[in-house]
Design a protein around this ligand. Structure first.
Ligand code: XMP
Length: 326
């Protein structure tokens, strides 16, 4: 019988068998998957777990604060936040190809964990054991679409699956590997993970790095972050969060078009809104958002984000489009 309780019992036993009394670290992104994976591992091995949040500079507005506030407050888990913005920006400099970006982000991410591991061991002093295990919130669709499932093509290297370096020094713990998103949410609720986290919309591990079509720079991230915050705020205000699976906001950094703003000509960038409805992210349809909500978002973004002079709506289902643009 599939019940959240059974999944928890099975996974707790499996995690204990895998980890024993070793130390383990968990990549906490702030999303549903990593939060539920962390809660499961905490249930299984308690204080042997340290969570690490990598601030790669590719997050949306307010996300680091939210991790500290919601997750740590409710679980009391040990959390280390690493500010690695510069490292990721320089690793991504000059890179536009989507798969290359994904691989770089995945690689740097693991390197940060290796550094964190060294710090944790050093802090524990001479008696500190090695931290051999790394928890990731990989779901079944991530496995399939990264080419890990039977007969599946490699559509994208999801960074917690296909984008890992070959010389990985960790043994992975992936307790959600057989689950779909709605199942993960049910397990999270059963574990007492707060609703603000459990009901969050999906956000990809590589973050805004794969929502800038073109090279990732600090200025472009700032532009996208502002536009994304406006779109999210208005969708929430309109009460549409439950209707939408997720709504990527994408900056077409290599595209410019002519506009007229204030008294003059502009030559700015388009922002794409990509609202989708889905059951499991394997397929999706574009969400028919009310025109008045679209209108408010468009007006606000073009008024408040000076680099943007056009807002466009993506009306493609998956397939043929994927949810994210890269
Ligand atoms: P696509 O773009 O492949 O996205 O249709 C399907 C779902 O997966 C999310 N996504 C990711 N999640 N790491 C993640 O944790 C990734 O590298 C990644 N790439 C895409 C995407 O937001 C959507 O929910």
């Amino acid at each position: 019988d599939w019940t959240p309780g059974n999944v928890i019992a099975d996974q707790v036993a499996a995690i204990r068998a895998q980890i024993g009394d070793a130390r383990v670290i968990c990549a906490l992104s702030g999303g549903v998957d990593s939060a539920v994976a962390a809660a499961l591992v905490q249930r299984a091995v308690g204080d042997q777990l340290t969570c690490v949040h990598v601030d790669h500079g590719l997050l949306r507005e307010g996300e680091v604060e939210q991790i500290e506030r919601d997750f740590v407050a409710s679980t009391g888990v040990n959390l280390i936040i690493r500010d690695e913005k510069e490292r990721f920006l320089s690793a991504l400099a000059g890179v536009s190809d989507p798969e290359t970006k994904r691989k770089i982000i995945g690689r740097e991410f693991i390197r940060v964990f290796e550094d964190a591991q060294r710090d944790i061991v050093a802090e524990a002093g001479a008696h500190g054991e090695e931290v051999k295990f790394l928890v990731q919130g990989t779901l079944y669709p991530d496995v399939v679409e990264s080419g890990g499932g039977e007969g599946a093509a490699n559509i994208k290297s999801h960074h917690n699956v296909g984008g890992l370096p070959d010389d990985l020094q960790f043994e992975l713990v992936e307790p959600l590997r057989t689950l779909f998103k709605d199942e993960v949410r049910a397990v999270g609720r059963e574990l007492g993970v707060p609703e603000e986290i459990v009901s969050r919309q999906p956000f990809p591990g590589p973050g805004l790095g794969i929502r800038i079509v073109g090279e990732v720079t600090a200025e472009r991230l700032e532009t996208l972050r502002k536009a994304d915050a406006i779109a999210r705020e208005e969708l929430t205000k309109a009460g549409l969060d439950d209707e939408i699976w997720q709504c990527p906001v994408v900056l077409l950094a290599d595209v410019r078009s002519v506009g007229v703003q204030g008294d003059g000509r502009t030559y700015g960038h388009p922002i794409v809104l990509r609202p989708v409805s889905s059951e499991d992210a394997m397929t999706a349809d574009w969400t028919r958002l009310p025109y008045d909500v679209l209108s408010i978002i468009s007006t606000r973004i073009t008024n408040e984000v000076s680099e943007v002079n056009r807002v466009v709506l993506d009306v493609t289902s998956k397939p043929p489009g994927t949810i994210e643009w890269e």
